[in-house]
Design a binder for this molecule. Structure first.
Ligand code: PLP
Length: 457
């Protein structure tokens, strides 16, 4: 058993840990990075090297930053009092956080607790399927998802995956999931721009609905800003039309806020930037900023009532449970996380720092021909790298990875969308903690500037 001897810890890691998203052949001969400590926006690895973490824990999660003693204290006290109770019984933090969360989501009323974003999305899909059975004789069961969007790693959520490289080799998938076109104007599918493009991209969803038959379509599941698919902000006019279409055909609108939820885009939820009224919202990463595992599926009272109002039918309620949905650490941490976001005005900071980051990215686009497009909302920004601005040919994945490594060498961790399989490109992803300062933003942009010069000249 290795204690704090770091050489031994690295040996144990290499010998026994199967890392996420890792091809272990190359990993065997590399030096794994063990992160040992974090404070604010910074982390330190086992060699003592300090990094500005511009990816909030690797995958857009640690919204309030590291080292939050108040979250640790709240969780510690709650664990001693009552760590867990599941099933139909409630807990104090479960009830309190649900009430607080609903205050931030006008129009929504019910919170269903889960452990991960994938699980929350699965539960939403199950609700859609059950509603189809209860109300429509099983017919209105299809779930539409969008090209480039991602909703999770389980077979159910991979059935709704708009990123082919994630789903490849894991089929066969669940039936009844249908893809609709993406809305990325930079890689336009129609010869239009601005609002006309946004409306056309939404109309493409209607075309799929009409092709499938509206009476078969139960829900449309979309990310408010597509995350891993390339940091795609919707064109103007898009969401208004999407909402109209859902209303017209009585289709539930499910917004996947697993990345955008809890402040990432400068509003509590990404959908609130666009005046959308969803029927179901799922969230995970920022809910407790990674201090505890918690995910929520939030619905309107109308959706909730569909599982309540026919009590005479023994199969009518939502026959689902999540063992660790009964952990109290999650909602306790989430409540303190929300208090921090409010008390420190992190939504305001996110808007201001996001604006600064976008300006800096625009400057990089002016300076480096390899930056084809920059996109972002709040502290969730991307810069798409292209080998040729005219053809928009993506740069080789290895080169994008080199940019990430060059930033790492300067002590700044950034991310990149994975795998340039057909249709996918290399977009640098930036999502620092919502506490970022102007100096942090400048350090991130400066490091990318240097990295782009080193890699592309
Ligand atoms: N939805 C979106 C938009 C995501 O980006 C992710 C994960 O990155 C998920 C769902 C799945 O969440 P989890 O990894 O917690 O299962």
């Amino acid at each position: 058993m290795h204690d704090n001897d770091i050489t031994g810890i690295i040996e144990a890691d290499k010998a026994h840990v199967w890392h996420h998203l890792t091809q272990h052949k190359a990993f065997e001969t590399s030096d794994p990075r063990i992160i040992v400590e974090g404070k604010g926006i910074h982390v330190w690895d086992a060699t003592g090297k300090k990094f500005l973490d511009a990816v909030s824990g690797g995958v857009w999660t640690v919204n309030v930053g590291y080292g939050r003693e108040s979250i640790a204290n709240v969780v510690r006290d709650q664990l001693i009092k009552l760590p867990y109770f599941a099933g139909a019984a409630g807990t104090i933090p479960g009830a309190q956080f649900a009430e607080k969360l609903i205050e931030k989501m006008p129009g929504m009323t019910r919170v269903y607790y889960n452990n991960s974003g994938s699980e929350a999305n699965e539960k939403a899909f199950k609700m859609v399927r059950q509603i189809a059975h209860k109300r429509y004789g099983g017919k209105k069961h299809k779930i539409l998802f969008r090209e480039r969007d991602y909703h999770g790693t389980t077979i159910g959520t991979l059935s709704a995956c708009g990123q082919p490289q994630r789903a490849e080799q894991y089929g066969p998938f669940a039936p009844g999931f249908v893809e609709v076109p993406h809305c990325l104007e930079y890689r336009a599918q129609w010869d239009l721009s601005g609002e006309a493009y946004g409306k056309r991209a939404a109309d493409a969803i209607e075309e799929v609905i009409l092709r499938e038959g509206p009476e078969t379509v139960g829900a449309l599941c979309l990310e408010p800003v597509t995350a891993g698919g390339g940091v795609i902000t919707p064109p103007p006019g898009y969401w208004e039309r999407v909402q109209e279409i859902c209303k017209k055909y009585d289709i539930l609108l499910h917004i996947d806020e697993v990345v955008c939820g809890l402040g990432r885009t400068g509003t509590w939820f990404g959908y609130q930037n666009y005046g959308i009224k969803p029927d179901m919202v799922t969230m995970a990463k920022g809910v407790a900023s990674g201090y505890a595992a918690i995910a929520c599926l939030v619905t309107t009272e109308e959706v909730f009532n569909m599982f309540k109002d026919d009590a005479a039918d023994p199969m009518s309620y939502f026959r689902d449970i999540s063992t660790f949905g009964g952990c109290t650490a999650g909602p306790a941490a989430a409540m303190e996380n929300m208090r921090i976001i409010e008390d420190e005005n992190l939504l305001g900071n996110t808007l201001a720092m996001g604006e600064r980051l976008m300006l800096r990215l625009e400057e990089l686009k002016e300076k480096h021909a390899v930056v084809g497009d920059v996109r972002g909302k709040g502290l969730f920004c991307g810069a798409e790298l292209v080998a040729d601005r005219a053809t928009k040919e993506p740069v080789a994945e290895a080169l994008a990875q080199k940019v990430v490594a060059e930033c790492g060498a300067q002590g700044v961790m950034i991310g990149v969308t994975n795998r340039s399989l057909p249709g996918f490109n290399n977009t640098l992803c930036l999502s620092p903690a919502l506490i970022a300062t102007p100096d942090d933003i400048d350090q991130i942009a400066d490091s990318i500037d240097v990295a782009l010069t080193r890699v592309f000249g």
